[in-house]
Design a protein around this ligand. Structure first.
Ligand code: AMP
Length: 513
């Protein structure tokens, strides 16, 4: 079933309900959103686009993102979201690989539309900030849209998402209408209860997890708030929430940290935080125990963790608000360091290389099965066969399951360090070093070593105004972890290399060592 029916459903029921906001200003009711998406769909049809054709979205977070995305679905097309921070060459590569026939951009991301003229197969580009080609959007009222929604099967692709590609070329993940519907419905059960009074703020790129969360909020008939900055600005978000009522958002741990830094610097109390934020969902990269404890202390119980990947968007495990609040639980520390329990719509296993279940507590690859899992990689049967085996998605993440079903991630299989025959999971060392005085950020990688095979190298970023002494860092590790896990080298650096989603690029660090 086409995801566009979700929009039509709410628009019929509540056409006058405010839906899309630019900062605090409502720019579309649900009726107007549906009418504009239907108008886009009519225009796609008039251009000869057929169901299954791809259109690329290469724009900063913008209210029109939602109108165009649902317009494409309304016409049965496939949306190719592209991170606005990518280089134009990377964007061209994706458009070419996806064989997209049209691109939607904002002028800040693509100031000169002619740079896209050379991309094969691309028939045209639209700057969404110009008047739409089908006429003035203010002409459209909330009356029922005329163009019928193009029927789609549940397994038809809706969202062709390119992996962030921390190694090699990105792969196009084929996410279907069923996958996204499953994700949306799961939000209510595994992440947060919500209704039409809720509001989501798009503080992270809409080309990623934040954008697909639009579906859950649409299901609830909630408000969709695109900050005027087009992204993350801590002060703006605090103020927006104060003005509009508590916002929910999804953010990577680095962004959550910046929000918490702001709460601390501006001396915003947890009670005041409650006025600005309802729920902050974090995931996409490790959240260290020390960081989430600080976040809870300074901002109150408004956090939920999720673990997923582009191949099963936002759906894997969740560590609920209740779990994060249950400080009296005998295994609270383990829970904090984990990614939580399987979400309702999936099964999770930890398996050896043959796919056999490993005993409780043993490290193996994390496998996911369920209706959120992709159908495969676009035009890449080899990669699909490697990732989808025996009815399971092989995530490439290493982890352990305990008797309760709690999943703790170790690291990506390729990030594991083998030193003197022992496996060392960088995250464990990172968790310890983050507690050492004066340390703001850490990333641990393996460096080739003639004697040990690999040795542990720690890159440490000092907190502002602090200097880090290697002997003290080393003494701290000696006190807190096994000797063999302790870094043989420490590099004090100003910043860590990160990709456009804020994930530390360990590949870059490995090159340095
Ligand atoms: P992406 O496909 O870009 O969403 O990246 C997915 C990867 O991010 C996963 O395979 C994990 O390695 C990592 N990841 C996602 N969520 C979490 C989490 N809650 N904690 C640690 N790592 C995570």
């Amino acid at each position: 079933m086409n995801l566009a029916y979700l929009l039509e459903r709410v628009a019929r029921r509540d056409p006058l309900r405010p839906a899309i906001f630019s900062g605090p200003h409502c720019v579309a009711t649900y009726g107007q959103w549906a009418a504009r998406s239907a108008a886009w769909a009519g225009w796609f049809q008039s251009q000869g686009f057929a169901p299954g054709d791809r259109v690329a979205l290469f724009m900063r977070n913008h209210p029109r993102y939602l109108e165009v995305m649902f317009g494409a679905w309304w016409a049965g097309l496939v949306v190719v979201p592209i991170n606005a921070k990518l280089h134009i060459k990377e964007m061209q590569w994706i458009v070419d690989n996806a064989q997209a026939c049209w691109a939607f951009v904002t002028s800040d991301v693509v100031p000169d539309l002619s740079v896209l003229s050379g991309v094969q197969g691309l028939k045209g580009v639209t700057d969404v900030e110009q008047a739409p080609p089908w006429g003035d959007s203010s002409d459209l009222n909330s009356s029922a849209p005329a163009l019928p929604i193009s029927p789609r099967q549940a397994d038809d692709t809706a969202w062709l998402f390119y992996t962030s590609g921390t190694t090699g070329r990105p792969k196009g993940v084929m996410i279907t209408h069923r996958n996204l519907r499953t994700m949306g419905m799961g939000y209510f059960n595994d992440v947060d209860a919500m209704d039409a009074h809720d509001a989501i703020a798009y503080a992270a790129p809409m080309s990623h997890g934040a954008g697909v969360y639009a579906i859950a909020h649409l299901m609830a008939g909630a408000s969709h708030v695109v900050p005027l900055s087009g992204g993350f600005d801590a002060a703006e978000l605090f103020a927006l929430g104060q003005q509009m009522g508590p916002l929910s958002l999804f953010a990577a741990p680095t962004i959550v940290k910046r929000l918490v830094d702001h709460a601390e610097a501006a001396q915003v109390s947890p009670t005041q935080c409650a006025a600005s934020f309802k729920t902050i969902v974090y995931g996409g990269a490790p959240m260290y125990a020390a960081d989430i404890q600080r976040a809870l202390r300074l901002m109150g119980p408004r956090f939920v963790q999720i673990f997923g990947q582009g191949e099963s968007p936002m759906v894997g495990t969740a560590l609920s608000r209740a779990h994060l609040q249950d400080t009296a639980h005998p295994r609270y520390a383990e829970r904090l360091a984990s990614v939580g329990f399987a979400q309702t719509s999936v099964r999770i296993r930890v398996a050896d290389a043959q796919g056999l279940d490993l005993p409780t507590g043993e490290v193996g690859e994390v496998l996911i099965q369920g209706d959120s899992v992709m159908t495969g990689y676009w035009r890449n049967p080899e990669a699909t066969a490697a990732a989808l085996r025996g009815g399971w998605l092989w995530t490439g993440d290493m982890g352990t399951l305990d008797a309760d079903g709690l999943l703790t991630l170790k690291d990506r299989s390729k990030d594991m360090i083998i030193s003197g025959g022992s496996n060392i999971y960088p995250r464990e060392v990172e968790e310890v070093l983050l507690q050492a005085p004066g340390v703001a950020e850490v990333a641990v990688v393996g460096a080739p070593d003639a004697e040990w095979g690999e040795v542990v190298v720690a890159f440490c970023v000092p907190q502002p105004g602090q200097t880090l002494r290697v002997d003290l860092l080393d003494a701290y590790c000696l006190e807190h972890i096994a000797r063999f896990k302790r870094p043989k080298r420490y590099e004090v650096v100003d910043t860590l290399p990160k990709n456009n989603y804020g994930k530390v690029l360990k590949t870059e660090l490995r090159k340095l060592v």
